[in-house]
Ligand binder design. Sequence first.
Ligand code: UDP
Length: 240
Amino acid sequence: NNPPNKWKRVLLKISGEALAGDCTQNIDPKVTMSIAREVASVIKLGIEIAIVVGGGNIFRGASWEGCSGLDRSSADYIGMLATVMNAMFLQATMESIGIPTRVQTAFLMSEVAEPYIRRRAVRHLEKGRVVIFAAGTGNPFFTTDTAAALRCAEINAEVLLKATNVDGVYDEDPKCNANAHLLNTIDYHDVTSKDLSVMDMTAITLCQENDIPVVVFNLTKPGNIAKAIVGERVGTLISR
Ligand code: UDP
């Protein structure tokens, strides 16, 4: 007699940085395993889970622009390829503990993953598979946060759960001000007007325009991913 789930379908955004954990390699298998275990603990409740992975642990386009003649677009495509590596690694980890998982890429890489097909992604979710969206939006000059907002809107997920290394959104930058307060809730307008660096402007605006609530929370705290997915209070809720 469990209470009805708060969310039926969620989109979880995991940054590349988070996947690196404290590992000197780019990916920490302990982190991917803890994500997989938390997903396993809630998927049996029937909540549909889609994931967007970042790539910053391996390659960020903007920081390589100009290096060895790399233009921004080529650098960004390399960044998108990095997200595919993370997605495949996470898929392997999830499947190793029995979670059926599909990776869909925003550009064709048909030997390693399915292409992104919205209706097919939704079908996978309905069948209880976790769908990992890789290669961002497929376009340079965007971020995987924007990809997360976009996919969230496309598949009609009810919430974007942004897993980060900080506890949520603060009223000021906690690195600069020790008295900064963690906020329980904040509206989109305050995030953009106060320039609180939660997500890039394109991503947050897309959420605002489509009325997608965003939960920003710390994935390094055990249990937080599962809590966020079932809709327990965690981190900061950004909404209207
Ligand atoms: N990227 C891109 N278009 C997208 C998503 C990502 O060009 O739609 C590139 C961009 O170079 C970015 C890199 O992929 O720096 C890795 O993604 P991101 O920085 O968003 O990863 P995260 O910060 O979440 O680890």
